[in-house]
Design a protein around this ligand. Structure first.
Ligand code: SF4
Ligand code: SF4
Length: 497
């Protein structure tokens, strides 16, 4: 059978019985759909990407990374049931996730991970956590050095600062917590205790700038809590907040632009917005699936409308688009580093430069494609001539970067050539100044039983570390493995930890 344009075959899962089944990702009416048939449970179709043009552009960025030299499991060709990471997995971990508890101080209808819903408490001990962290750093050829503590609600654990301190001492360079912010909002000194322990970033649940979406998504008006978190962080000089909206069609999609504007307004402490289109935790009927399903290109088009055209689909790039920069930096530092090699359909991002509360995507004044072509070229040059490569590379950067920048449109306070050279020299201060004025706008669409694509999960770079010495891709964990792992390592609900 000849495949249609923009079509590929993959494997998926039956939404009913979870068996791995054949699927096809294909174009229809300028959109991309995933279609699959289970012999027992019938046909399923779901919107996969709301704009075929964006999908086509992103697919060109696909990068086949090398997997782990020390996999934890052996594949039986039954992905994603063989996790992991198995010998077939194509990317080491870039961001490790560790659930430190499944207890929570909220009862969100959209949550897939709380103790009340499960009827048990999952809370690994410090010794277990140390082992889970070690399993991440021990990955070969490159150990993971970024970890996010999640849950449940990680701040429910009194020893969270100790856990963060332990991770720092073990060599993690970048430590995040995913939180609803309640505890940070109530206790001004709490964020300082986390920061002093080594916390780098607060990943803050943030579903909108009005109270409406919070009632639907969280069951109460959580907006004042979010505003208080931002105020407390500002007061305690903690400048690394990433806003994380769960985006749901018909619920808070109309606020996407305002969330970006809010981030720009608070750019002194907000480093980014990471939109997470809803992935369905359980079964959902077809009508609700269609109404609530929102894909990354849908978000990009919404942003275009809601920011009066200041930011739109052309400003976004797929996550693996930046691999040429990863490869260049590997040559520069002469060591293997992490590569953002997830499937191009998984995530997308752009940078906004925030000056005078104006939204200026970096794409408006930098030829981003030209910049990444230059990175590719410099990496190729190194292969030819190692000894004087760095000197030549600096000379090329000084000569060519100004040609890639539109000076008339560039924000007044920015000097991009100086920034890149200082970055290569390892001048952290220079990057801090850039970071303080830039806001990352990104999206990652986690998969669910309807849109699950095994090609995507096989290249996943966001992995849970679990107490049974496995490393499990995020989308596979939440859909398949979570209840099994948690039950195995849980205590009955009423036992105090
Ligand atoms: S998702 Fe990765 S680790 Fe899991 S079974 Fe598939 S290839 Fe193996
Ligand atoms: S977590 Fe899911 S969406 Fe993100 S990279 Fe992994 S497979 Fe892709």
């Amino acid at each position: 059978m000849k495949l249609k344009k923009m079509t590929y075959k993959t494997k998926s899962l039956c939404p009913e019985c979870h068996k791995t089944i054949d699927a096809v990702v294909e174009e229809k009416d300028n959109k991309i759909f995933i279609k699959k048939t289970c012999k027992e449970h019938g046909d399923f179709e779901d919107l996969y990407y709301g704009d075929a043009k964006v999908f086509e552009r992103f697919l060109k960025d696909k990068y086949d990374n090398t997997g782990l030299e020390n996999p934890n499991t052996l594949s039986t060709n039954n992905c994603p049931h063989d996790c992991g990471l198995c010998n077939n997995h194509k990317s080491p971990t870039i961001l490790g996730i560790i659930d430190v508890t499944n207890r929570c101080n909220q009862r969100c209808p959209v949550c897939f991970a709380n103790s009340e819903a499960c009827g048990y408490v999952y809370e690994p001990s410090l010794d277990q956590l140390r082992k889970m962290l070690r399993n991440l750093t021990n990955e070969k050829p490159v150990g993971c050095n970024a970890v996010m503590f999640s849950g449940g609600e990680p701040t429910m654990r009194k020893d969270l600062p100790d856990i963060i301190r332990m991770a720092k001492q073990m060599g993690f360079l970048y430590i995040l917590i995913a939180t609803n912010g309640i505890k940070i909002s109530k206790d001004l000194s709490y964020i300082t205790s986390l920061k002093n322990a080594g916390l780098d970033t607060v990943y803050l649940q943030f579903d909108g700038v009005t109270e409406e979406p919070y009632h639907t998504i969280r069951g109460f008006n959580a907006l004042p809590t979010k505003l208080k978190v931002i105020e407390n962080c500002r007061q305690m000089n903690f400048k690394q907040i990433v806003l994380v909206p769960t985006l749901i069609g018909g619920v808070n999609d109309k606020e996407a632009g305002d969330i970006v504007k809010f981030a720009v307004k608070n750019a002194d402490v907000v480093r980014g917005v990471n939109f997470q289109p809803l992935s369905f935790a359980g079964r959902v009927d077809n009508k609700d699936l269609k109404k609530m399903r929102i894909t990354q290109p849908d978000l990009m088009h919404l942003l275009e409308k809601q920011t009066e055209g200041q930011i739109g689909p052309d400003d976004f790039y797929s996550v693996p688009f930046v691999v040429p920069l990863n490869l260049f930096l590997e040559r520069w530092h002469n060591k293997r580093l992490g590569r953002l090699s997830c499937h191009p359909a998984c995530g997308s991002a752009t940078y906004i430069y925030a000056e005078d509360e104006k939204i200026t995507p970096i794409t408006k004044f930098v030829d981003v494609n030209g910049f990444f072509d230059l990175m590719k070229q410099l990496t190729e040059d190194e292969e030819k001539n190692h000894s004087i490569w760095k000197v030549k590379a600096i000379a090329k950067i000084i000569k060519e970067i100004p040609e890639l920048v539109d000076k008339a449109k560039m924000p007044k306070s920015m000097n991009i050539t100086k920034l890149i050279i200082n970055f290569l020299k390892g001048d952290a201060k220079a990057m801090e100044i850039f970071a303080e004025k830039s806001v990352m706008i990104g999206a990652m669409h986690f998969m669910d039983r309807y849109n699950f694509d095994c090609q995507r999960v096989q290249s996943c770079i966001v992995h849970y570390s679990t107490p049974d010495d496995r490393i499990i891709p995020f989308c596979s964990y939440n859909y398949i493995h979570r209840p099994i792992v948690e039950k195995k390592f849980s205590k009955p609900l009423n036992i105090e930890s």
